[in-house]
Ligand binder design. Structure first.
Ligand code: PLP
Length: 346
């Protein structure tokens, strides 16, 4: 089968036999008319899991962010997020294209910021003609900071600040279950404070398609309208939702293994002279590291690794990213670390 060790992303997992069997058995209906029982069941379970009233099944996490922005933001308003958030780096400027909102970012240590930082940003732009801040987006876990975790108390304090200032609070929860497993808490400890929150099923949870956006019933009613407008209405999507239900039952607790494997990889990389880890903590499933040799470059290194059956993510000419997931084992991590050590010190 797949002997390749792919550490480029946790999106590269392939559904196993049990998930495929669950998908094949799914009871289905027309999802866009709210008549797919498996999708309805998934949405009820995820709303509960994230501490919200209702939820909506969508094809991607990007569409979750876009729909939330359409509901929360008016043209000319601002969205505040941490620097290098996915909405800034990886969504082709969708916030400004669709919602007409401008993104304003906060420099952070690890993707996590405070109400005081938002207050300072708002003070620096005071005046009758300054744009209104319509939403705050938090990313759980923060991808480009190395899968760092927002503690529940920090989320609660930011949400209280947002409520006080009539600002919507949204969580991009692509890896919210990694955060819950890492902290040993419930995802609702983060989600219940928000105006909208979503989780991805195609990252660490190993499904082929699907994200679920949750919020109040009023929010979800408005979100349905945008789902139709964006062409996100589906038909017999229960086949996809069945994979997601399977993942809820089988693939959450095991995320702890991915976190152990990331820590293992980090400890091995720390011992390789030509590499430097660029994050101080390894809380979930990501390891970012730099190549120190000025004469070498990450693209060449990645190509050499690939010829040995190992793939890692190239972030820049110096920076690399390795992401652990259900299709890599501790032994694969050892193999990858040995190959890295050989290539970098060669
Ligand atoms: C992957 C990802 C998204 C987007 O999800 P897609 O399903 O790929 O559209 C958004 N935010 C973060 C933090 C992600 O890692």
């Amino acid at each position: 089968m797949n002997a390749f060790i792919d550490l480029s992303s946790d999106t590269c997992t392939r559904p196993g036999e049990a998930m495929r069997a669950a998908m094949a058995r799914a009871e289905v209906g027309d999802e866009s008319k709210h008549r797919d029982p498996t999708v309805t069941h998934l949405c009820e379970r995820v709303a509960d899991l994230l501490g919200q009233e209702a939820a909506l099944f969508l094809p991607s996490g990007t569409m979750c962010n876009n729909i939330a922005a359409m509901v929360h933001c008016s043209p000319g308003s601002e969205v505040i997020a941490a620097e290098a958030s996915h909405v800034e780096t990886s969504e082709s400027g969708a916030l400004s294209v669709f919602a007409g909102a401008r993104l304003r970012t906060i420099r952070t240590d690890a993707g996590v910021f405070t109400p005081a930082q938002v207050r300072d940003l708002m003070r620096s732009a005071k005046g009758t003609r300054a744009p209104r801040v319509s939403a705050i987006f938090a990313e759980q876990t923060h991808n480009r900071s190395g899968g760092s975790v927002w503690p529940a108390e920090r989320i609660a304090s930011l949400a209280a600040f947002a409520r006080e200032h009539d600002i919507a609070f949204h969580i991009d929860g692509a890896r919210i279950m990694n955060a819950a497993v890492a902290l040993g808490c419930d995802a609702s400890d983060f989600g219940r404070h928000t105006d909208s929150v979503w989780m991805s099923f195609t990252k660490g949870l190993g499904c082929p398609v699907g994200s679920v956006l949750a919020g109040s019933t009023g929010f979800i009613d408005a979100a349905w309208e945008w789902k139709h407008r964006f062409g996100g209405g589906m038909r017999q999507a229960g086949m996809l939702a069945a994979g997601c239900l399977h993942a809820l039952d089988h693939n959450i607790d095991r995320l702890a293994e991915d976190h152990e494997n990331a820590a293992l990889l980090a400890s091995r990389i720390a011992r390789i002279d030509g590499l430097r880890l660029t994050q101080s903590a390894f809380e979930t499933n990501m390891v970012f590291f730099e190549l120190l040799d000025e004469a070498a470059d990450t693209i060449t290194l990645a190509r050499k690794l690939e010829s040995e059956g190992i793939r890692i993510g190239v972030e820049s000419p110096r920076l690399l990213r390795a992401v652990t997931h259900m299709d890599v084992t501790a032994r694969d991590i050892e193999t990858a670390a040995d190959a890295l050590a050989c290539l970098v010190t060669a």
